[in-house]
Design a protein around this ligand. Structure first.
Ligand code: ASP
Ligand code: MG
Length: 411
């Protein structure tokens, strides 16, 4: 069987861990599987490189920043390949360009448009394990482009799809996908399986275990992903298309995200075209807006609130005076001390009682809900940032996520 294995930054954070990862890869190859490996940069390398760039200039040139950041993965692929060779296993490190990963020409936010697998296949045929740099690709003119923070997962899934691999295995410092962040909820439980939709919602709502674009891509091509530990042998969590063996129509997990800021525009005239006038300039500036709430109008004036990532707040705020003036609004205010907490599970939107239980739980803890948003399988409340850990614990408790026995396949 052909598998793509991806090792995250923590799993290759130092020489010892790199040797440990190499040992795992060799064992797998000796079992008779063909393995293609994708690695992230060691530990916090990417953050350190960004810091370094910001010490040189406040506003690094996007092309040069990608040139710099792509070196992080180049270090780890070379070291993993050396470690494999030291164990007597033929291996070859490949940059994104060498591995045939072609992207759109948007620095810092590249999207993979195609993968030319010829080189990887050639290396596999020669019995070498290809060790591919995650998080990077090249444009048709050989310009190096990075794919967005955390996107090595996406590289791995794209390669698995292009190679027709049986699955993608994502090795991490945690043993799988949990019912909540185990650092916040000590009783959080590992899920043995989860659907693409649920995982996509969790990833998009702040769960850091998988990059959301990787899950989306896997879902389109129905590629199973196993999330498991690189440190210990653990069964992990299988992300697949369902149906689930476990009970359905219940809350599966809680996600939270502290990267939330909101902008409220006051006394917005209630007439057609206003929302377009507000959101078009934001879209043109490349700012993505998350939750939007518009109140019912009184005397033809309404308040409109929306959220953005905290990193985008300054740029969004800079556009507000012109927007308010153009639409004739009274003014605006901002709040960066927010977070969102979400419950996710297939069927919870249509089943009665979930929303009520979520709101009651927050109320019992004296936590004020600032905004609410929903999808078919998710309910999200925006609350104050300093209450979010308490909210996650309270909801984990209220929906009894710690105690449930996993129902395994009964044949
Ligand atoms: N090294 C990159 C980052 O830290 C990509 C990744 O880790 O997936 O964002
Ligand atoms: Mg990383």
């Amino acid at each position: 069987m052909l598998v793509v294995q991806k090792y995250g930054g923590t799993s290759v954070a130092d020489a010892e861990r790199i040797k440990h990862v190499a040992g795992r890869i060799v064992r797998r190859v000796r079992q008779g599987d063909q393995v293609v490996v994708v690695v992230s940069a060691m530990g916090n390398t990417t953050d350190e490189l960004i810091d370094l760039a910001l010490q040189v200039t406040d506003d690094p040139d996007p092309r040069e920043l990608d040139m710099l950041l792509s070196t992080g993965e180049q270090v780890s692929i070379a070291l993993v390949s050396m470690a494999l060779r030291a164990l007597g296993q033929e291996a070859v490190s490949l940059t994104g360009t060498q591995a045939g990963i072609y992207t759109r020409p948007t620095y810092g936010a590249g999207r993979i448009i195609r993968v030319d697998t010829a080189r990887i296949r050639f290396e596999l045929e020669r019995g070498r394990v290809p060790i591919v740099a995650g998080f990077q690709g090249a444009t048709e003119d050989q310009e190096i482009v990075t794919l967005g923070r955390g996107a090595s997962d996406t590289t791995a899934v794209a390669l698995a799809v292009a190679l027709g691999a049986a699955r993608c295995e994502n090795y991490k410092d945690v043993e799988g996908v949990y019912t909540a962040d185990p650092r916040i909820v000590p009783t959080a439980r590992r899920l043995s399986e989860i659907t693409y939709e649920e995982m996509l919602e969790l990833a998009t709502q702040g769960a850091q275990v998988m990059h959301n674009r990787a899950v989306e891509l896997a879902s389109v091509y129905e590629l199973p992903i196993l999330v498991t530990s690189s440190f210990v042998d653990a069964p992990g969590t299988l992300i697949h298309g369902g149906p689930l063996m476990e009970e359905r129509n219940r809350v599966r997990a809680i996600a939270h995200d502290t990267d939330v800021a909101k902008i409220t525009i006051r006394h917005v005239p209630d007439r057609p075209g206003i929302a377009a006038q507000i959101f078009e300039p934001l879209a043109e500036a490349g700012i993505s807006v998350d939750t939007i709430v518009q109140n019912a109008s009184e005397a033809n004036l309404t308040d409109l609130t929306f959220t953005v990532a905290t990193k985008d707040l300054r740029r969004a705020e800079a556009l507000m005076p012109a927007i308010c003036e153009a639409i004739g609004a009274a003014g605006y205010s901002t709040d960066a001390n927010l977070a969102k907490v979400s419950i996710v599970g297939t069927g919870i939107q249509t089943a009665p009682g979930y929303a009520a239980r979520m709101f009651r739980t927050l109320y019992e803890h004296g936590i004020n809900i600032e905004m609410i948003s929903t999808s078919e399988i998710r309910l999200t409340c925006i609350i104050k940032k300093d209450r979010v850990e308490e909210a996650v614990r309270a909801l984990h408790d209220a929906f009894q996520l710690e105690s449930r026995d996993e129902v395994q396949g009964t044949g």
